[in-house]
Design a protein around this ligand. Structure first.
Ligand SMILES: [Zn+2]
Ligand SMILES: [Zn+2]
Length: 424
C-alpha cells in the first residue's frame, strides 16, 4: 500500500512537447508530477519513483523511531560515576550523623553510666556507707540525665552547591603528567592502541612506548617522513603512511609493506572497521578507499570537488563512528575549516572555521579536538560542530600531532617531546 496517498498528481494540462520524463534517457511524455521533488515522470517511471519515495519515507520513519527509543533508554557513560558520587555522599552524611550522635549522646551516656557504676560499687564495698552522699550524687546524675533529655540542637540545613557535579572541561588542559623527550623527523605523527604509543624518532626509528612511558621496542625505519600512524583493530596492526609506501606494524615490531600503488603521493590516513582511507598530498586532494578485510584491495576514489575545492588540501583525516573528520586548508583564504562528513557519501554534516593548518582527533565520543600547527592553539568542538573553547598551548616546540590514549589521556607530539595530559 502506498504511503503517499496524494504523492503523485496527474497532469491537469497537456504537457508541452519539449518536456519529457525526468529519468535520464527516457523520451516518454510525462503523465504525472511528484509533489515532493516537482519532477515529471512517465507512467512506468512514476511507479518506480513512487516506490523509491516510499522506501525513503519508510527509512526516515524507522530512523526517527530508532532515535526516539535511543533517547528514552540512553545511559550516558558518566552515569556510574554520578551514582557512585551519590552513594559516597550518602555515606558522608551517615558518618557525620554517627559522629554527632556519639559526641552529643553516646559520650554522655558512657560518662553517666560510669558514674552510676561507681555509686553502685560504693554501695556494695563501703563498710560505712555514706548514703547521704550517694543519694546526693545520684540526684546530680538524675538532673544531668534530665538535661540530656531536654537538650536542644541548632541544626543547619545541608546546602549542596550546584557546582559539585559539572561537565568535564577539556580546557585548560592539565599540565603534562609525563613528558617523553624524543626528537622527531621533518614530518611526524603519533598513533596509539590500548597498550602502546607508536612514534617515529629522528626520522630513522619507530619506537613503541608502553604505559610506563618507556620505549620498550625500537626498529630502524628509513622510508621517508611519516605522515600518519593509526591503529586498526580489525587487522590488529598499526598502519603507517609515508609519501610513497604504506606499512603495517604488529606490536611485535614486524614491519610489512602493503600492496597499495605508489603512483600517488600519500598524505594522511585513517580507518574504519573494514576500510582504509588515504588522502593524497596535492591541492584538491582525493580520498582513496581500500578494503582492510581483503588485503588492501582498492575500493574507490573520491575526487575534488566531492572532497574539497581545487585550491584546498586535506590536512588530516580521522574516522569516528560512521563519520570522517576532515580539516581542510584553503590556500587563497589562508584559512582552514573542519568538516564532518558522512562516511558513505562524503556529505557534509557541519563545518566550522579554524585558523591555520591543523590536525584533529575525536574525543569524548563524538566531540573533536583540533590542533592548529601555525598558531599553537587547540579548539574543542562539540558533536554538532559548535566551538566550545579555544586554548593557547604554551610550548616552544612546533606542534606535530595530537591523539587520545584510552579515555583519559591526550597525547601531544611536538618537535622534541611527547606530552601526556591526563584528564580528570
Ligand atoms: Zn519525487
Ligand atoms: Zn520515463
Amino acid at each position: 500500500m502506498s504511503l503517499f496517498t496524494t504523492h503523485f498528481k496527474q497532469y491537469e494540462r497537456i504537457p508541452n512537447e519539449s518536456q519529457s520524463c525526468s529519468v535520464d534517457q527516457c523520451s516518454n511524455l510525462p503523465n504525472s508530477i511528484c509533489s515532493h521533488c516537482d519532477q515529471h515522470f512517465c507512467h512506468d517511471h512514476s511507479n518506480e519513483h513512487e516506490n523509491r519515495c516510499n522506501q525513503t519515507l519508510r527509512h526516515l520513519t524507522e530512523t526517527i523511531d530508532k532515535l526516539s527509543n535511543r533517547i528514552t533508554s540512553v545511559k550516558p557513560y558518566f552515569l556510574n560515576n554520578l551514582q557512585q558520587w551519590r552513594n559516597e555522599s550518602y555515606h558522608t552524611i551517615d558518618r557525620y550523623y554517627e559522629k554527632k550522635y556519639y559526641d552529643i549522646i553516646e559520650k554522655k551516656q558512657i560518662i553517666l553510666n560510669k558514674e552510676l557504676d561507681d555509686l553502685r560499687n560504693q554501695l556494695i564495698t563501703e563498710i560505712k556507707n555514706e548514703w547521704n552522699e550517694i543519694n546526693h550524687d545520684m540526684q546530680i546524675i538524675e538532673v544531668k540525665l534530665t538535661e540530656l533529655e531536654h537538650l536542644r540542637l541548632t541544626i543547619r540545613p545541608l546546602i549542596i552547591e550546584d557546582n559539585l557535579v559539572t561537565l568535564q572541561q577539556l580546557f585548560p588542559l592539565p599540565h603534562a603528567s609525563h613528558t617523553i623527550h624524543l626528537k622527531s623527523g621533518n614530518e611526524s605523527s603519533i598513533g596509539s592502541n590500548e597498550k602502546y604509543l607508536l612514534v617515529e624518532r629522528e626520522g630513522k626509528y619507530l619506537c613503541l612506548i608502553d604505559r610506563n612511558f618507556v620505549i620498550v621496542n625500537e626498529i630502524l625505519f628509513d622510508h621517508n617522513d611519516i605522515h600518519s600512524i593509526f591503529w586498526s583493530s580489525s587487522i590488529n596492526r598499526f598502519i603507517i603512511i609515508t609519501f610513497k609506501k604504506i606499512f603495517t606494524l604488529e606490536n611485535t615490531m614486524i614491519l610489512e609493506e602493503c600492496p597499495i600503488p605508489s603512483n600517488i603521493d600519500w598524505w594522511r590516513g585513517t580507518c574504519s572497521n573494514d576500510t582504509l582511507y588515504l588522502s593524497s598530498a596535492e591541492w584538491g586532494s582525493s580520498i582513496y578507499e581500500f578494503d582492510l578485510r581483503s588485503t588492501f584491495q582498492f575500493v574507490k576514489t573520491w575526487h575534488s570537488p566531492m572532497t574539497c575545492e581545487r585550491d584546498e588540501i586535506i590536512c588530516d583525516l580521522k574516522y569516528n563512528n560512521g563519520f570522517l573528520g576532515i580539516p581542510i586548508f584553503n590556500k587563497h583564504k589562508e584559512q582552514s575549516r573542519l568538516d564532518l562528513r558522512l562516511l558513505t557519501t562524503l556529505d557534509c554534516i557541519w563545518t566550522i572555521d579554524i585558523h591555520g593548518r591543523c590536525r584533529c582527533c575525536s574525543i569524548n565520543g563524538d566531540q573533536w579536538l583540533v590542533m592548529d600547527h601555525d598558531d599553537c592553539r587547540f579548539f574543542h568542538i562539540s558533536a554538532d560542530g559548535q566551538l566550545l573553547k579555544i586554548e593557547k598551548y604554551e610550548h616552544h616546540q612546533r606542534l606535530e600531532d595530537v591523539t587520545t590514549w584510552n579515555q583519559n589521556n591526550i597525547v601531544v607530539l611536538t618537535k622534541k617531546t611527547i606530552n601526556i595530559h591526563e584528564l580528570h
